[in-house]
Design a binder for this molecule. Structure first.
Ligand code: MOS
Length: 749
């Protein structure tokens, strides 16, 4: 195995496939309905499961009428805490990086509304649904704690994903003492729930102590191990398939309790079980973005340079787990200030545990930070862009380290130019359109970390000169099947049509996590390295063959492209892959590779994608109705593998930003604790009519340190910056500053 995780590319010509705006390789399958999603699997003997969920948020289930449900035609079994078979691990234990405590009917406690309280299994979905309805539970309810003031406030432990960081750098008091201008402001962000088109779904089938699972998953091999742990079987006994996901957004990186219940039911009954969560059950046990309250204090000198930046955030979590939306982290890496302090507290409420949701922390945190920056610019009498430029961080404010690459200045200038920012009046309520609507312009900076995880891949050259490349990666819809195959093709010096790409199953090399905007960089590096490993072996064969035109050239003496190896000094000396393999009598030649961050670079440099978002809004002066009419983002994220797919990712993020700013909010009833808008009618997300003309500019950025391929991520950054840009534009249109999201008409009155 090639242990080089940042490949020095000696023999592969850079990028014939990378950089091409190819359409999705799986696009035709998807639009013709032939792509197989988890719930499309119907193994022989399949039965259907439906989860019954709690109608209260806190207390216990006093009774369930199992008799009526079991008597219903077609119902096979009702699983409750009374008859639930044991698990090898208590679901209240936290195991591993993605360990969440969850409900698998371990007792009669209710910890949030829509918590699973029973599982009904039946021959048909209809019978299971009716069986769940017949349970008629009664409860002993306790008062639900739903608000920031109701629940216990505490300092959350810094563990696992979403780990909050309390952070101080520099002298905050001195920063405030030196200030000429200052602002103190606060913002509230709501709970948001996952609404992937494909809800959580699982088909589980046992064969003795071997388990096959079809389920959408962002971390396939890691999840295989976690599933195995709960059922006390070796990881090799679990085969997990997840070829396509109808959206992931972080929710499908964790295993919710209902999955465990479905697997339990399949083992209990000796039949395959299918469970698909209905839309309203997406508002309970599968994670969400937790609500936050944030306070920022910014101090500036006479020239508008920050002298102190404080960002304190309180986030809601459940009564039984620790994940919080780490919002204050957003202030660590963007603006230069001699003193920065961030604090994060948690409040326990009786709702399901939050989890990762696209740009966890950065989305909510940057919404507040970018509004606060606008308020600070105004306090200094400066244009918002000018203020951001005066506080441009040349090195990472949190660590003092140099950035691996940072083209944010170019993002500001290209975005501002495309948008037409110059000449924007400083004062609000200065612009109107012909119809008399108030027009406002706002901006926000975008930032997202460029992490890498660990991944492995295999590349197999075949006798005909084509190749098979394999990694257990996840295509959530972002286009991994295409972008990863493009990188793999380059590693092999082949055209993409000659590369068969296999992914999305747990018997393939570990593709790592599709999350953190790090999947393309990580799995891509593994694939690239696997390809170069195979080519190195191929070059070895040619170089040691006395009859080869490449005899004696050595690995470093050849270049691979178009399915041939060429002598570096003499282009007339070349040989095709097929010919080299056939002369050596080798049917297939396998290379392997790993992807991950070079620890020395991780230590030396701060690594982020950057961007700038500009928004225009129009507000009806009488009705307060708000419309986003233009949205321009410019983003620098290293080398772009596929501009078409990257642009789509950025559009998606910016649309989510618009959703965050103006639409999205889960409303919980304070007495019952139930989500009141647990469907796509009541839970507002933008439709086409809400989405304006958009531009996503890809700013060239050469990052030689982030990884050997120079790739960062584009999956999450689009949300950051956009929320603030829209909120700032609404202020600019109206002169009214809303301090909560989503911004509502009544906030402007
Ligand atoms: Mo994402 S919230 O990193 O899947």
């Amino acid at each position: 195995m090639s242990d080089t995780i940042s490949p020095p590319s000696t023999h592969v010509r850079m990028g014939s496939s990378r950089g091409q705006p190819l359409t999705r390789r799986d696009g035709l399958l998807k639009v013709t309905g032939t792509a197989t999603f988890a719930a499309d699997n119907n193994p022989q003997g399949l039965v259907h499961a439906v989860v019954a969920v709690s109608a209260i948020a806190r207390g216990r289930v006093a009774s369930l009428d199992v008799t009526a449900a079991k008597a219903h035609p077609g119902v096979i079994e009702v699983i409750t805490p009374a008859n639930r078979p044991p698990l090898a691990i208590d679901p209240d234990q936290k195991t591993g990086l993605f360990g969440f405590r969850f409900e698998a009917l371990q007792n009669d406690r209710v910890r949030y509304a829509k918590q699973p309280i029973a599982l009904v299994v039946a021959e048909t979905l209809e019978a299971a649904t009716e069986g769940a309805r017949l349970l008629s539970p009664t409860y002993e309810a306790e008062a639900a704690r739903m608000g920031f003031d109701d629940g216990e406030r505490y300092d959350p432990p810094a563990i696992g994903i979403g780990a909050p960081t309390n952070f101080v750098r520099g002298d905050i008091a001195a920063g405030h003492a030196a200030a000429v201008h200052s602002i103190k402001t606060d913002y509230r962000t709501p709970a948001q729930y996952h609404n992937a088109m494909e809800p959580h779904a699982i088909v589980a089938e046992w064969d003795g102590d071997r388990l096959t699972i079809d389920s959408p998953n962002q971390a396939i091999v890691m999840s295989r191990g976690l599933f195995a742990g709960y059922f006390g079987i070796p990881a090799e006994n679990v085969f997990l398939r997840s070829p396509f996901l109808g959206g992931g957004f972080g929710s499908k990186a964790i295993m919710p309790g209902p999955y465990i219940l479905a697997i339990l039911a399949a083992r209990m009954l000796g039949r395959p079980v299918k469970l698909v969560l209905p839309r309203d059950q997406m508002y309970g046990p599968v994670g969400h973005r937790g609500a936050t309250e944030q306070t920022l204090r910014l101090a500036m000198d006479a020239d508008g340079h920050l002298t102190a930046l404080e960002h304190h955030a309180t986030a809601q979590t459940s009564s039984f787990d620790e994940f919080i939306e780490p919002a204050a982290n957003a202030s660590h890496n963007l603006y230069a200030s001699p003193a920065i302090e961030t604090r994060q507290q948690a409040v326990r409420v009786d709702i399901g545990t939050p989890g990762p949701m696209r740009a966890p922390g950065e989305a909510s945190g940057s919404a507040a930070l970018e509004c606060a920056i606008d308020e600070a610019a105004l306090a200094c009498g400066l244009d918002s862009l000018e203020f951001r430029l005066r506080n441009y961080a040349e090195t990472d404010p949190a660590s003092g380290k140099p950035f691996s690459a940072k083209a944010l200045r170019e993002c500001y200038s290209r975005g501002a130019e495309r948008f037409g920012w110059a000449g924007r009046p400083l004062a609000p309520r200065q612009m109107r359109d012909k119809a008399g609507h108030l027009v406002g312009w706002g901006m926000g900076s975008a930032l997202f970390p460029a992490p890498m995880f660990m991944a492995e891949a295999r590349a197999t050259l075949r006798a005909d000169g084509t190749a098979l490349v394999e990694t257990a990666g996840a295509d959530m819809g972002q286009g991994a099947w295409t972008a990863l195959a493009q990188i793999a093709a380059d590693g092999l010096g082949l055209d993409i049509e000659q590369v068969e790409f296999r992914s999305g199953a747990s018997d393939l090399p570990d593709g790592g996590v599709a999350g953190g905007s790090g999947h393309t960089a990580t799995a891509g590096s593994a694939l690239y390295n696997a390809g170069t490993d195979a080519i190195a072996k191929l070059a070895e064969l040619a170089s040691s063959d006395p009859d080869s035109p490449l005899f004696g050239s050595g690995n470093a003496g050849v270049e691979a492209r178009g399915g041939r190896l060429y002598h570096r000094e003499d282009e007339t000396r070349s040989q095709s892959y097929a010919e080299i393999l056939s002369r050596a009598g080798v049917a297939t030649l396998e290379g392997t590779g790993k992807g991950g961050r070079d620890p020395a670079q991780a230590e030396a440099r701060a690594m982020f994608s950057h961007g700038a978002v500009f928004a225009e809004v129009k507000v009806d002066p009488d009705l307060g109705q708000m419309r986003v009419t233009r949205l321009v983002g410019a983003f620098a994220a290293g080398r772009i593998v596929n501009p078409r797919l990257a642009t789509s990712q950025l559009y998606g993020g910016m649309i989510w930003g618009l959703s965050f700013a103006l639409h999205e909010e889960a409303i919980h009833d304070r007495r019952s604790g139930r989500p009141l808008n647990a469907d796509l009618a009541g839970y507002h997300i933008p439709v086409h009519a809400d989405i304006p003309a958009m531009d996503a500019i890809l700013v060239d950025e050469d990052d030689p340190y982030v990884n050997g391929l120079g790739i960062k991520g584009v999956g999450e950054i689009g949300i950051t910056g956009t929320v603030g840009a829209i909120a700032n534009a609404i202020w600019h249109a109206t002169g009214v500053r809303a301090h909560r999201f989503p911004i509502r008409i009544e906030d402007l009155i």
